[in-house]
Design a protein around this ligand. Structure first.
Ligand code: FES
Length: 117
């Protein structure tokens, strides 16, 4: 399926070393993180440990520290660093002219796609 990019915010709207949340109607929120290099990453706002809100964690380099039990989650993969194990969902993201885009097909998975064909 081709990507359907949708602008969700500006890079400048995301706190440096912090995150901004994109709400979804029926599914858990998506957290968009910004590191000190102005790189952005999108992960499900749920820690793979016990579901902590990663958007409230502290970003450092390419990781975010979960606010609940301090697991370190890699922003580019969504996976915990050793010795912890587990991954949270990551989302496609792109930046153009200072705007952050997410793929609507990933944000709102189409159910019953076959029926619509
Ligand atoms: S819920 Fe994130 S470290 Fe426990």
């Amino acid at each position: 399926m081709s990507q359907q990019w949708k602008a969700v915010c500006n890079v400048a709207d995301i706190p440096v070393l912090g995150a901004r949340v994109v709400k979804r109607a029926t599914q858990p929120d998506v957290a968009i993180f910004r590191n000190s290099e102005d790189e952005v990453f999108a992960l499900l706002d749920r820690c793979p440990h016990k579901g902590g809100p990663l958007s409230q964690g502290i970003v450092f380099k390419d990781r975010v520290a979960c606010p609940l039990h301090n697991w370190n989650i890699q922003l580019d993969s969504g996976c915990a660093t050793a010795p912890d194990e587990g991954c949270t969902q990551k989302f496609s993201i792109k930046v153009e002219q200072g705007k952050v885009f997410l793929d609507m097909n990933e944000l709102q998975p189409v159910s019953g796609e076959a029926a619509a064909a």
